[in-house]
Design a protein around this ligand. Sequence first.
Ligand SMILES: Cc1cc2nc3c(=O)[nH]c(=O)nc-3n(C[C@H](O)[C@H](O)[C@H](O)COP(=O)(O)O)c2cc1C
Length: 179
Amino acid sequence: MKSVLVLYHSNSGHTARIARRIWETVIAEGNQADLMCVMEADREGLDWNKYDLVIVGAPVFYGKFSRQLVAFVNRYKSVLDAKATSFFSVSVVARTPAKCTPEGNVYTRKFLQGNPWKPKDAHCFAGKVDYPNWGWLDTKMIQMIMKMTKGPTEPTAIIDYTDWKDVEDYARHCLTLEA
Ligand SMILES: Cc1cc2nc3c(=O)[nH]c(=O)nc-3n(C[C@H](O)[C@H](O)[C@H](O)COP(=O)(O)O)c2cc1C
């Protein structure tokens, strides 16, 4: 039995849903697991000794991952380096197969290359388009990205691109990782 931490950042809740599905799958496989958003972990602190495996996830916003999450994992780099770790990114460009791999997804590739903390494993998930629930400016900006990448631009579009079976497979894959 492994003891697992699923740590995430989420702006509008979709990465939180993915993190929760990973957490549920890990538990369903007979392991102990905690699910925590980085804001809570940063504020309350963590007992890192509890965990063999740490899975970290974040969405892409304007080409970047949450500054708070990035600072947090870098602060605990030496602790994380001694554990099995995996990082998953969530972005709408990952809806195409070419951009759904850590090598093909430019945000994930840059993060893996340039960031001081280097996870031992990485995965990309396609996220959600949710124009009605985004602000006017954000909607306009993402519509522009979508126009360039031949995605949906209708202002009423709500599309979940996440492959939920892949999320569960990823959770099981993470359980096989070694420190
Ligand atoms: C303001 C904003 C900026 C975004 N920027 C990007 C981006 O640069 N590239 C991309 O692929 N997806 C981008 N997205 C899509 C999000 O990564 C996607 O909607 C994700 O599912 C959001 O996850 P969350 O609900 O956990 O915050 C953006 C979304 C918003 C609202």
